[in-house]
Write a protein that binds this ligand. Structure first.
Ligand code: HSE
Length: 433
């Protein structure tokens, strides 16, 4: 059979990783596909010393690639949502299949891109957009397709997990670890996307759509970053038997769908609490299969390149198949997406870890527990440290499950007590059951 010809747009971390895998594993890939996959052209603004393109047709104009009549599959690895969107839409218009690692593009413009791809009968594959090297899209979309998905929860940003792990295990400073993550090619061009949870929200948007069969709704994800987490939060959580992880959580409830990214206390008994460094992991709970966990490198050239190349292989295998018989982009048939409501964060129910500083006077604890009880909040555990030289002491309270709006009301009242100093640090707790 004649070779499948691909054009790679973008030769950064993921572009060079994908290029090298296609070269290094060419023989293995041909044995899998039944025909060879050839890199017809690379479009990149500059060379990358990690990829030897001396024998490759390289253009500085990425649009040459989408307009190249020889190319069957365009690999979009330039990132961003402006030129990338134009490029992908042009590729689809030119009846080329697309493979992309661009989570922002899919989360924010996927509905439009998939509609156009369907109209033109081409595929847009995006495994590498979520959790780097972990085949989580394929797992949820195909491996778990017999199930109603109840919930999923994942560590889906490698940079954030790397930072939290290094700070917690080695006491390193936030900025220092972030610089290392950037040097290793893990971080986004704008690293606040990693730290403030925007990158994880992009990925969660995609996962929720393929899990529940809902349209992509990035603007409905509640997003909170990790920059406010203190060493004290980490150490009190440890004492209570929990790790703090930056989770993306999507849950189907009787009222609607929860979509949220925030720091979360996870019991150390959970496998997810032990996912460290740049590693990602996603737990998915299906009604038939029960809980599942996939784990692997969430960022990096070869790990993410592994997903890009797997998508190229998938697309190459189905090039001649009837478009109506392909796996739908969002797992469910495009005309069968559900209008399940996405809930406001106020409606979400979970446990809470409250870290506050109080004046160590008689009756303070009674006042605090009284407010919690009046708002229907039951205490699971509590740490009150002995008084040191100053009169103020830390008080940590873990609560049972409560609606966010009740917790907000209680926190406002507790913060107004004269013996409570400053703001209360509140971190959500998930049982993951
Ligand atoms: N910046 C992302 C991360 C890269 O750290 O997970 C992979 O999407």
């Amino acid at each position: 059979m004649k070779p499948v010809k691909v054009g790679i747009c973008g030769l950064g971390t993921v572009g060079s990783g994908s290029f090298n895998i296609l070269r290094e594993n060419a023989e293995e890939i041909t044995r899998r596909v039944g025909r060879s996959i050839e890199i017809e052209q690379v479009g990149a603004r500059r060379d990358n010393p990690s990829a030897d393109t001396s024998a490759t047709n390289v253009t500085r104009n990425i649009f040459d690639v989408v307009n190249n009549p020889e190319i069957d599959i365009v690999i979009e690895l330039i990132g961003g949502t402006t030129i990338a969107k134009e490029l992908v839409l042009q590729a689809i218009e030119n009846q080329k299949h697309v493979v992309t690692a661009n989570k922002a593009l899919i989360a924010e413009h996927g509905n439009e891109i998939f509609a156009k791809a369907q109209e033109k009968g081409v595929m847009v594959a995006f495994e590498a957009a979520v959790a780097g090297g972990i085949p989580i899209i394929k797992t949820v979309r195909e491996g778990l397709s017999a199930n109603k998905i109840d919930w999923l929860a994942g560590i889906i940003n490698g940079t954030g997990n790397f930072i939290m792990t290094e700070m917690s295990d080695k006491g390193r400073a936030f900025d220092d670890v972030l610089k290392e993550a950037q040097a290793l090619g893990y971080a986004e061009a704008d690293p606040t996307f990693d730290v403030e949870g925007i990158d994880a929200a992009h990925k969660l948007t995609i996962l929720a759509s393929i899990a529940f069969g809902i349209p992509l709704q990035f603007d409905r994800v509640y997003t909170e970053g990790i920059s406010q987490i203190t060493e004290k939060d980490v150490s009190f959580s440890n004492q209570l038997g929990y790790s703090i992880k930056h989770l993306g959580i999507a849950r189907r409830t009787a009222k609607g769908v929860e979509l949220r990214v925030h720091p979360t206390l996870v019991s150390k008994k959970q496998l997810l609490a032990n996912v460290n460094g740049v590693m990602n992991a996603v737990m998915v709970k299906g009604d038939a299969v029960g809980p599942t966990l996939t784990y692997g490198a969430g960022a990096g050239a070869l790990a993410t390149g592994s997903s890009v190349v797997a998508d190229i292989i998938d697309v190459a295998r189905t090039l001649t198949a009837d478009p109506d018989n392909r796996v739908p982009h969002l797992a469910f048939q495009a005309n069968a997406l559900s209008d399940l409501e996405v809930l406001d964060i106020d409606e979400v129910e979970c446990g809470f870890f409250l870290n506050m500083t109080i004046q160590d006077r008689a009756g303070v604890l009674a006042n605090i527990t009284q407010i919690l009880s009046t708002n229907g909040i039951s205490i699971e555990s509590l740490i009150q440290q002995e008084k040191g030289v100053s009169d103020s002491v830390p008080l940590v309270v873990m609560t049972h499950t409560v609606a966010e709006k009740n917790m907000n009301a209680a926190i406002a009242k507790i913060e107004a007590l004269p013996d409570v100093i400053g703001k209360i640090q509140r971190i959500r707790v998930e049982a993951l059951i």
